[in-house]
Design a protein around this ligand. Structure first.
Ligand SMILES: [Mg+2]
Length: 133
């Protein structure tokens, strides 16, 4: 995805906060980046990861069991955040969450790229709805 990210402030610290005032449903703009969501390669990663998990013989679960394993990875990520700062393993646990989600999506025929793009577009129409910033 890095080749699809256009820096608007070279050398600036990445700020991945979503600007809800973007004018396109398929583009996210932050203070640092403009990203075309159609160029995301998440489905390709999901397909390759799914095949690897299949090769390992680990696709022996129900969707509910697969979701429970997502929840277990969330618990592992929580444990990496129990101190004042997340530990060095926090990113790895976040990756585990994503990998389990995209594996499940691929298995169930969910186009996760399209779902994410649609959800971001939907979220843009919702405003803050009383949420605190
Ligand atoms: Mg883990």
């Amino acid at each position: 995805m890095s080749s699809d990210i256009h820096h608007s402030a070279q050398g600036a610290k990445p700020n991945t906060a979503i600007n809800t005032n973007t004018d396109s449903a398929s583009t996210l703009t932050s203070k640092t980046y403009t990203v075309s969501l159609e160029k995301m390669k998440l489905n390709e990663i999901a397909e390759v990861h799914y095949q690897w998990v299949d090769d390992m013989g680990w696709h022996n679960k129900t969707p509910l069991e697969a979701l429970a394993l997502v929840a277990s990875e969330v618990g592992e990520a929580v444990n990496e955040c129990r101190g004042e700062q997340p530990t060095e393993n926090f990113g790895e646990e976040l990756a585990d969450i994503v990998l389990r989600v995209i594996d499940l999506a691929h298995w169930q025929g969910v186009d996760i790229n399209a779902e994410i793009i649609a959800k971001i577009a939907k979220n843009k129409t919702r405003g803050n709805r009383g949420r605190l910033k």
